[in-house]
Design a protein around this ligand. Structure first.
Ligand SMILES: [Ca+2]
Ligand SMILES: [Ca+2]
Length: 447
């Protein structure tokens, strides 16, 4: 532990003196977190769960590859129909590469997982051999550009922390490839309704496809707060107090990087050879770095909203209304305060507000909504939060769940932007959506 508390250069020296492999010293050149370039947080890299992937082969002292010698951590062979195969994991040109292939001839495990047989698609996973508790997690990566996940997550004890579960391409859902989904999964008590499921999620729409290029994704996990960063920009801070009993991640965690088929995104029966062209879809990871700090965490701060009447306490004042829009004075069924808004289905119900913005500046807009008629079987009522007229591309985030839930999206204004129009529309849905607490903030850079 002593070595971890010393500056990086001394760490390297100590490690060298201990006659550990010399590649560990390459860690000393690792930078401060992308979100904290001056390292004001006094972050110290944890070498045992960090890797630049710059060596000729994957460091087997550090990483376990799922399926080697037919051994699978947590007995997890992959999310069927896909199966983890060691040959699909490698390092190349300074990157970890996890390839997902169409490989029906592979000798798949003769068993089922989640109602699906293992068949057709091979993927890969690596898992750290050691654990860590709290810290700042960061990776620079490019998601696989096909119907397969590219995930950076940790698991241990009662909980799982998904920094992201990218899904590069869903032909039926254009927003899937731009989504940053960060979650807690509940592994507390087998047999309970939430066991193994997402118990807290932050859904954020990015202004780019995660499979188009490399980006830096960070997550600060302290005993009090979760902070989610993209390319150094803070997109969400949520406190333990806010998350409440769903805060299940408070024990030491192992790091996972993997790819899986997601049956809830693309039906496994629709997967095909042409989804995995040119030798397969590649999840490419430049590095994974995990730091820890002895400095106290910085609490989440409330940025002032740039919208007027954001929780509809002044009824529909300052909102431009079109179609069938009704103010509901109903505190018991509002998300925040006394009122919320119902946008009727079939009537192109929409609300919007145009506000001054600065040019070349990143903003985050969020809202809470619910679509009561969604039944999760055959009815999903989509409604959309969006932004337009800001000297940039029209952007939106889709809401469809039957309970109050939050989503956000980020946008960067163009050089000529003076205003932006924030809107919520139900124009393509047959049933009402309820909306409350629309927020617009200028994004914070760094912690
Ligand atoms: Ca690298
Ligand atoms: Ca309200």
């Amino acid at each position: 532990m002593l070595a971890l508390l010393l500056p990086a250069k001394k760490q390297c020296l100590l490690l060298a003196l201990a006659l550990l492999p010399t590649q560990w010293c390459s860690l000393s050149v690792a930078q401060a977190p992308f979100s904290d370039p001056e390292n004001s947080g006094e972050w110290k890299l944890v070498p045992s769960v960090s890797d630049e992937f710059n060596d000729a082969t994957l460091d087997s002292s550090k990483w376990f590859v799922q399926g080697v010698d037919d051994k699978y951590e947590n007995r997890f062979k992959g999310r069927a129909p896909s199966q983890f195969v060691p040959a699909n994991v490698g390092v190349s040109d300074g990157d970890l590469v996890i390839t997902s292939k169409w490989q029906p001839e592979f000798g798949f495990a003769d068993e089922h997982f989640g109602g699906f047989k293992y068949e057709n698609v091979t993927t890969g996973a690596i898992i750290s051999k050691t654990s860590f508790l709290y810290g700042y997690l960061e990776t620079r990566c490019k998601a696989a550009d096909g119907p397969i996940s590219s995930s950076f997550w940790t698991i241990g004890g009662r909980g799982e922390l998904d920094v992201f579960e990218h899904y590069g391409l869903n032909p039926d859902s254009t927003d899937a490839g731009n989504r940053l989904q960060s979650s807690f999964h509940d592994w507390r008590t087998p047999g309970t309704p939430t066991y193994g499921k997402r118990i807290w999620t932050n859904e954020h729409q990015l202004p780019f496809r995660v499979a188009s290029d490399f980006h830096v994704y960070g997550l600060e996990w302290s005993p009090q707060n979760i902070k989610i960063f993209v390319d150094g920009i803070l997109v969400r801070c949520a406190s333990k107090n806010e998350i409440g009993e769903h805060w299940v991640v408070d024990q030491a965690q192992k790091v996972w990087l993997d790819s899986e088929t997601f049956p809830w995104e693309v039906d496994p029966g629709k997967l095909k050879q042409t989804d995995f062209p040119n030798g397969g879809q590649k999840f490419i990871v430049d590095y994974v770095r995990i730091w820890q700090s002895d400095k106290p965490d910085v609490a989440c701060s409330d940025s002032p909203t740039l919208l007027s009447n954001p929780i509809f306490e002044s009824k529909l004042a300052d909102w431009h209304v079109s179609g069938k829009v009704t103010l509901k004075e109903d505190a018991a069924n509002s998300w925040a305060g006394s009122n919320h808004v119902a946008l009727d289905g079939g009537g192109e119900g929409a609300i919007e507000q145009t506000v001054p913005v600065k040019p070349n500046t990143t903003y985050i807009v969020s809202a809470y909504a619910k679509s009561p008629a969604t039944n999760y079987k055959d009815v999903y009522h989509d409604a959309w939060l969006g932004v337009k007229n800001y000297d940039g591309d029209f952007q939106s985030a889709r809401f469809f769940r039957s309970y109050w839930h939050r989503k956000s999206l980020q946008f960067k204004t163009g050089p000529k932007a003076k205003t932006a129009t924030i809107f919520f529309t139900n124009q393509w849905s047959g049933e009402p959506v309820l909306v409350d607490s629309i927020d617009l903030i200028e994004a914070a850079v760094g912690r």
